[in-house]
Design a protein around this ligand. Sequence first.
Ligand code: SER
Length: 315
Amino acid sequence: MILVTGSAGQIGTELVVELRNRHGPENILAGKHRTPLPDEIASSGPSQIVDVSDPEQLKSTLLNYGITKIFHLSSILSALAESDIQRAHQVNINGVFNVLNAALESNVEQVIIPSSIAAFGTDTPRELTPNDTIQRPSTVYGISKVFTELMGNYFYSRFGLDVRGLRLPGVISWKTEPTAGTTDYAVAMFYGAIVGDKYECYLRPDTALPMMYMPDAIKSLLDLSDANITNLVHHSDFNVHAMTFTPSELEKAIKKINPKFHITYNIDPLRQSIADSWPASLDDSAARKEWGWKPDFDMDSLVNDMYQNLENKLI
Ligand code: SER
């Protein structure tokens, strides 16, 4: 059985559905903590409260359900983590350690944990950021993701636990809203355009950040999980890239669909400084070579699909 932690979150809600389609609903345990699960997930298969800060509860869940693989998605995103660093430490650092340790003490064979572009910092080359480069993040979220990558690689080399991870960029989706990330302006801009033809952006118009559409994010997690381990040189720290755009470029693309849309700017210094410390684009040749990573969506196909689906959902 496969456990997905953070099943009520932006990625979790979609990953659980895809895994249940592939492996049968009864074989996917939707783990949640505070946020309630959407009906689609709660009613279509097993679910369980999973507290990643409680090692005993975690271990007994893994043993009771016979879990052999974990997608560990619960995480406090960048902006929220800055406003509550204790909680970020508990979930993103202690939680990751507890999950890896409980995996080792049970029958889990593989753990997938996403890292993030936040694992880089201002000392990192911003354009075509190499896979293996300087990582000195300036946010508690970024620090926790470097910890995750290093600890994942450590559990693999020291204990032989198959831990894998990739550095997701801003993930754009219409089903479940993200919670307090820095890249989330892009999702919010679509909501603004559809609901009231306007959006107030907290990042400068020229802030270039890497982005990915949800179907590609799901594909990246599943393809990495399915990759033949003998082809992997890296384990918990793959760059994956799909596209780069700025708020102003996204505004133009949305205007092609909704000419009445307009955007104003009210810069949030905290989120702007976070965005300025992250890469604009990534060299993902290691992921392409080692497990065949290739995104399906570019900016135009993302904007059209996202706008249409969100409009159907909201109106
Ligand atoms: N989307 C995340 C954030 O903005 C980055 O991993 O926090």
